[in-house]
Structures are given as C-alpha cells and as structure tokens.
Design a protein around this ligand. Sequence first.
Ligand code: NAP
Length: 334
Amino acid sequence: MINFDLLIIGAGPAGLTAAQYGARANLKTLVIEQLAPGGQALLIDVLENYPGNTALLDAGGKVLAEPKTGFDFSQDLYRQAEAFGASFLTGSVLSLEKEGALFVAGLSGGEVRKAPAVIIAAGAKHRILGVPGEKEFTGRGVSYCASCDGPFFRNKKIFAAGGGDSACDEARYLSRLTSRVILIHRRDRFRAQKALAERTLRNPNIEVRFNTSIKEIRGGQKVESVILERTGNDGKGTGETREEAADAVFVFAGTTPQSALAAGGTGGGTSGIRAELDENGGIVTDQKMASSVPGLFAAGDVRSGSFRQVVVAAGEGAVAAHSAAEYLDETKSG
Ligand code: NAP
C-alpha cells in the first residue's frame, strides 16, 4: 500500500487547486474523485466571471477567442495539478477513520489510502423540490442540469424552479434552446445577484412568475404537466392551484454540502471522524480552512459559509493545501 502526505477528496476547482499547491509544496499528494475532474464546474457554460477568463479581442474589438468553458477550464486545472506531480485515483471514499496520526480512507473495492493530512473538497449536491412526481420523472423530463439535458427539450415548454444565481444562469442557458422558459420562484423577488436577476427579467425567452411554486409534476411515460400553487411572500403555498402543460421541469433549488465523511456518516461504511458542521451540513473551518479535527481541512462548496464561486473554491483549495503543509511541518518537528 502506498502512503501519501496529503489526501484530497474531490477534484472540483477546490480539490484540483489544492492538489497543485500540495504537489508544489513537495507533498506526496493523492486526489480521489468518483467522477471526472472538474466537479460542478464542468457544467458551467461559459465561465465568464473567473478573473482573467475573458474574451480575446483584436485591435478592432473583434472577438478572436471566447472565455473558456467550465469543461475546458477544469481540464486545464487537472493537467496543471498532474504536471506538478499530484496523483489521481478514480473511486469513491466510503469511510474515513483516524489510526494514530494517520487518516485512513476506505475506497470502493476495499482498497485503503493513508495520509496524515486530508482535505475534503467533495463539493455539494443539488437540492430537490421534494414534490410528488419529481423522483418518478427524473430522467424523463425532470432534470437538475440545463447544459446536460436542455438540448433534449429544444423548442419545448420548459418550467424551471428557483430564485438564486443558479436558476438565473441556467434559465439563460435554456432560453437559447427554446423561447418558452417559465421560471417559477416562490417569493416576490430573486435572491440572485442583481445583474443576473435583471438580465433574467429582461430576457424575452424567459417568463418569470414570482409567488408561485411547483406543487406536483404529472405525466405518463414522461412529464406532461405541472400543478402550480400561488405562494405568499413567505414562500408558503396559499392553496390556490392550477394545472399547466409542460414538457420538462428543471430544478435549481440550491445545494447541500457533501460532508458526510467528516461527520460520522458516509457513502456506505462508517466514519470515526466527527468534525463540526453548521446547520446546513457545511464543514466549519477557521481561516486556514482547518476543521475542528486536527489534520482535516475543507475547501469549496463543502465548507461552511463558502461563497459558491469557482474563484473562491480555487482560493480556498490553495489555502487548505498551504495550511496542510504547515500542519505537517509542525507535527513532524513537534
Ligand atoms: P441558492 O442561492 O441557495 O438559491 C436556491 C433557490 O432555490 C432559492 O431561491 C430558494 O428559494 C429556492 N428553493 C430552495 N428550495 C426550494 C423548494 N423546495 N421549492 C422551491 N424553491 C426552492 O442556490 P444557488 O442558486 O444554487 O446558488 C448557490 C450559491 O452558488 C450562491 O452562493 C451563488 O452565488 C453561487 N452561484 C453563483 C453563480 C454565478 O456567480 N454566476 C452561479 C451559480 C451559483 P428562497 O429564495 O425562497 O430560499
């Protein structure tokens, strides 16, 4: 079995940046990811708000190259981390235990990897609406990702739900595929950033309906209609409902941190680690990204209070790796 200095769980922008910084600090670094490197950044259409990732213009202002997509950006981060010496392993971490000074990660397939420092950068998973029909029609008209499934509903009538940045961003993506996007939000205003909210309201292909929620999704083989309910400004239903034809329902209701490994629960096994979490399940850290468990760090969307932006995740990954290196120096010399 190979032992490492630093295990990084998750290869989104936080994990990949931590890997680069860990490897550059001469730490024997292993990144474990169950899917492809990039995490949720893979789904970003155009990563237009990452500093420096801007269009390339000629002297006359003609666009020579567009900003990178989330996919291309993720590939570059991955290649960069690998070039600096980080190792990568595809698999799920099912358990995380502490054996003396070492963390022991139990992987799918029964393998284990050990290291004295761990960064959890496992991101967050989408929240569901929790309404009848949602689970049943997932993959048959219900989706959580516009760029993945939007093209199946070209020129169709699409309902989208949510009032945050994701809802506005993803509705814009859908509005390029059809002129019939109906964005449903349970309150009387968006919680999205002002610029995004205003752009959404101006988009001729998006009809915004405030004070409305999706109460039920109905259909046969696939989604055929939604039951909409009028809501008060507290977001709660008033009981006034009506049915409307629909071809698809896209849910953008926020995310929950994938922090189970840090807190006793896991994706299948058991965990002896009990780090402090906030009420939403985010791992609580200090400014050095250190959790309440010595040697365990967190970065990106899994971390309590993280502003879910690629640039922030990358910055937190860099801080976490730097802090892990300091921790390892201190524990070696102490
Ligand atoms: P969010 O800000 O938590 O918004 C989730 C939205 O879904 C809220 O409007 C919420 O309604 C609604 N919602 C939640 N549960 C619901 C339910 N059961 N029924 C109906 N509506 C429900 O999540 P997000 O939009 O994914 O954004 C999360 C973070 O990522 C933010 O920090 C955001 O800035 C960042 N982000 C940024 C960008 C960008 O900069 N371009 C893009 C995507 C995400 P209420 O308003 O009533 O709570």
